[in-house]
Write a protein that binds this ligand. Sequence first.
Ligand code: F0G
Length: 448
Amino acid sequence: MKTIIEPFRIKVVEPLKMTTRAEREAALHRAGLNVFLVPAEDVLIDLLTDSGTGAMSSEQWAGIMRGDESYAGARSYYRFEDRLREVTGFEHVIPTHQGRASERILFELIGGPDKTIPNNNHFDTTRANIEHSGARAVDLVIDEGRDPKSRHPFKGNIDLDKLEALFKEVGAEHIPCVMVTVTNNSGGGQPVSLENLHAVRKFCDRHGTPFFLDACRFAENAYFIKQREPGQGHRSVAAIVREMFDLADGATISAKKDGLVNIGGVLLLRDEALYGAAQNLLILTEGFPTYGGLAGRDLEAMAQGFEEVLHEDYLHYRIRSTAYLGEKLLAQGIQIVEPPGGHAIYIDAAEFCPHIPKAQFPGQALVCALYLHGGIRGVEIGSVMFGEHAKMELVRLAIPRRVYTQSQIDYVIEAIGEVHARRDRIRGLRITAEPPVLRHFTARFAEV
Ligand code: F0G
């Protein structure tokens, strides 16, 4: 059947505020044409991020009530630990308040000056935490991963030749780990194949180097493997997930993605000494090892979320509905990063607005146009975010998990199509105020 049906029904609803174009114009001008500064209430369909924005299930909400708020040894912690051990096979499970807290602890321990850490593509916070430790972060995704039109099935794969060249250049003793991000968020939400993960494992064994996963979207990645990798179609997603984790020496996870919760993170380790050191740092800044900066109820919600995310009817709906948005945009002649990723669709804003030069931020201009026309909030990933280092001018539409219905996505498709039909009216922007770092969050703009 072609219709994608949501494999859940709705028990609680949150009304959306309908706004007029005049109200959105006023809100956007108050925000200096930066949608990060627009109150969420004034947004109709919020596709800013898929992180922490998902809907929890009735079982997760039941867990919230069961949460054990004991400081040490809470029942909820043991449920969480058991679930993570079952799903990932890791013995040492550290809870943190979100992904970047796991990253900060890990890189404080293994990073530092003179160190280089490769990845397919580091996510911003991963790169920032590595650089904060004094180390260098290097992106080594395969060339197809940088080409928006390439239909390679695993565009998130890391390039083993580039990895070999990096080891020759800096020496294995300066590389404390090889990381791979699944799925590759900064590269368009593209998956990494099992074959590639096995190859990285072999490579790391040859050099005696630990292998870490940034596993935020591990279930979406495993589902792509089941769909696309030869010989994997008959296996359960749970078995593929287990194989992915079995290949790694450790993992950082933001549970705000495939943990299906609004807050939470995990650090998984095998090495005994590293585990001890990580626990000490955790106590210093996050909390006691059995709660790690979270409430007991949050641990309950995670224990349940890490189980639900492996349901294959959920994953089918999830990956299909993201692809649906991408395919409908392509059918309207709107170029996106192909093929559609797992959690988001990335519109090629340079193609959408060929009349706006890079220096006038076509991505940010399109983000404003989508908000003004349809109350839709996306995010610019281009020259505003990365300055002169930007390789593409993209607008990301990230899909919160289990939140929007198919008719709401149809509305998004229709609204973007209408903006596209009148795209010559979109005007370029200039920056009127910007902070010294991470300017995309707070910069203000004016039309040129
Ligand atoms: N790694 C990846 C691949 C991510 O996508 C994110 C967050 C993090 C680490 C950090 O996790 O936010 O829990 O500290 N990505 C969000 C996004 C913010 O919108 O893509 P966090």
